[in-house]
Design a protein. Structure first.
Lengths: 320, 275
């Protein structure tokens, strides 16, 4: 938390300060600030042509068109799944793991290091490994299922889905499950470390007092740990949601450049960022870049609302 | 007694989760060591029957992985060097110097922390294309050279340095720049390592941007190189080679992480969204 400091005494007014800031601000102006404004402007240029810069008119039609675009809706649906299903599920398991780690002394750091490994693993490499584990014929999961006496499942398969809505939905559910498993694996690591940090900052006196009173473990968790951990929980939720809203590489690695199993032509597993990249790939098509910009502006809006919400709640709830 | 059962349960749970986390790593390495026929066997073998260490060499021969590694190392080196310098300088100005518009400029930095990279890609792509920088190292390096979070992290650390040191240094006639080099730098060394390592991890794993600005195979980085190799003709994936290359891409960062765990995790806890 940034505490607003009073004007520091003894700081000399520096005429050369701008020299220190120049490199950072030149780079920011070119690669962050200008692109930000430009994206907003381009999103309102109708029929914008990327190469010549020509456009028909300024309007907000794209914002209407994009909402009607079935692929954009699909992207939103998948992203919502990531944010509202995958994030809470991995948070819950991360909290359990962090509580477990907190209660043991030996090997705590060693285990925490192992849990963190997915976070430093290349996203594409990890996505490929999961695609292979879920492979219909020679995947690890189907082998285990068969050994346990279950039928193997065609996890990532688009056979017959273009003709039948039932098969399509079935295939979609399975792909979601693959994505869910991947994001549980990938997301656990960071959250465990953050929760561990939050748990260790709780004053041990509360626990001592609870022990003297003979409070049960469940009540200690409910009445002490959970409330005192809430700033961390909120922080983890917001940062993870932001990351989830931006997911892209993993989906490409898991399902390929067409964002779906072979045989699917609806871009079944596309995400918001996937939508942006997809439109951008079509940059020669008039209007495609504006659509990408429109989606990007919406993404920025969502992230700003989330961040503002977090700041507002933390300011209200964190006491010093 | 109840206490001990609870403890045992906790340990079993933790070990179970570790196993689940490690399975994909095991499967990656195990598949990387299988022969082509064994990799396509149904049901798959859990332990490779005959270890094929040659797969790693074959993968290197079939695809320009050494070139991807070389590119990634070059790009990471310059990004780490430039972005760290840029961040240290800016953080120093924000923490130690007084100038007009300081609060405003710092709030600009904080605001850019919120902006998703994905939003910037569109215009940056146009800028790079306009400058004729497609398929160049510059295109891969410069957009990564400024990071608001790193400026913020370093500034927070530099604020901890007692002001008396600064006043004493000024009385001794040390210029601002010499103060930065002689006094500030050694004090915030560990945060500088954190920032450098976070940049390195970021470059190593970044996919979308390099994929957009490199169309030539010879300019690719490990992530988009890995994505495009062995998967080009759909349907025929040589899994053992794909996994061998995935292993080679993964191992360097895992080693870096294990060696510099402390610095990386401290940065993460202080608020790194990016892994």
């Amino acid at each position: 938390m940034v505490k607003k400091r009073k004007q520091q005494k003894g700081l000399a007014y520096s005429r050369t300060a701008f020299l220190y800031l120049l490199p950072a601000f030149v780079l920011m102006a070119i690669f962050i600030l200008y692109p930000m404004l430009n994206t907003i402007i381009v999103s309102s240029k109708y029929d914008y042509r990327f190469l010549t810069g020509e456009f028909a008119e300024f309007s907000f039609k794209h914002y209407v068109e994009i909402i009607k675009d079935p692929i954009f809706r699909r992207a939103c649906l998948n992203t919502v799944f990531m944010v509202f299903v995958c994030v809470p599920a991995s948070m819950l398991s991360a909290l359990l793991v962090a509580l477990g780690l907190q209660s043991i002394k030996k090997f705590r750091n060693f285990l925490a290091t192992l849990y963190y490994l997915p976070q430093v693993t290349n996203v594409i490499a990890a996505g490929f490994v999961f695609a292979l584990i879920f492979n219909n014929n020679f995947g690890l999961l189907n082998m285990l299922l068969e050994r346990l006496g279950f039928e193997p499942v065609a996890w990532i398969s688009g056979v017959g889905i273009s003709g039948s809505q039932v098969l399509y939905n079935k295939s979609y559910m399975r792909c979601l499950f693959v994505l869910f498993t991947y994001s549980m694996w990938q997301g656990l690591s960071l959250k465990v470390i953050l929760f561990l940090g939050g748990l260790s900052s709780i004053n041990p006196q509360y626990y001592q007092a609870a022990r003297i009173d003979g409070t049960s473990k469940w009540n200690v968790f409910r009445k002490i740990t959970l409330p005192l951990l809430s700033p961390t929980t909120l922080y983890v939720y917001v940062t993870s949601s932001i990351t989830a809203f931006k997911s892209y590489s993993a989906v490409v690695a898991l399902f390929g450049d067409s964002y779906g199993p072979a045989g699917d032509n609806t871009k079944m597993m596309i995400t918001l960022v996937g939508y942006i990249m997809d439109q951008l790939g079509d940059y020669l098509k008039p209007g495609a870049v504006s659509m990408a910009s429109t989606a990007a502006v919406m993404l920025l809006f969502i992230i700003m609302v989330l961040t503002a919400l977090q700041l507002k709640i933390t300011h209200r709830r964190v006491h010093y | 007694m109840k206490e001990r059962i609870f403890k045992l349960g906790t340990v079993i749970f933790l070990i179970l989760v570790v196993l689940l986390v490690l399975i994909p790593f095991y499967w990656m390495i195990a598949t990387a060591l299988k022969s082509e026929a064994e990799a396509l066997r149904t049901p798959p073998t859990i332990i490779p029957v005959a270890m094929q260490f040659r797969n790693f060499i074959t993968a290197l021969e079939l695809a320009p992985f050494l070139k991807y590694f070389f590119n990634t190392v070059i790009v990471s080196f310059f990004v780490v060097l430039i972005s760290t310098t840029v961040s240290v300088l800016a953080a120093f100005a924000f923490s130690r110097l007084e100038f007009a518009g300081k609060t405003f400029l710092f709030s600009v930095v904080l605001t850019t922390m919120m902006v998703p990279q994905e939003m910037l890609i569109i215009t940056n792509f146009a800028t790079i294309a306009h400058w004729g920088w497609m398929n160049s190292y510059q295109a891969l390096i410069f957009p990564f050279c400024v990071n608001a979070f790193h400026i913020y992290l370093l500034r927070q650390n530099m604020m901890q340095i007692p002001n008396e040191l600064y006043i004493a240094a000024r009385i001794d006639g040390l210029s601002n720049f010499r103060f930065l080099i002689k006094v500030v730098f050694p004090q915030v060394k560990s945060s500088i390592y954190t920032v450098m390592l976070l940049s390195l991890i970021w470059i190593w794993n970044t996919y979308a941007w390099p994929n957009l600005v490199t169309t030539q195979d010879s300019m690719r980085l490990v992530s988009n190189g890995l994505k495009n190799v062995f998967t080009q003709n759909a349907g025929v994936i040589q899994y053992e080679l794909q996994m061998a290359s995935a292993t080679m891409v993964t191992i360097p960062l895992v080693i870096v992480f294990i060696c510099f765990r402390k610095y990386i995790l401290s940065g993460v806890v202080k608020g790194g969204i990016k892994g």
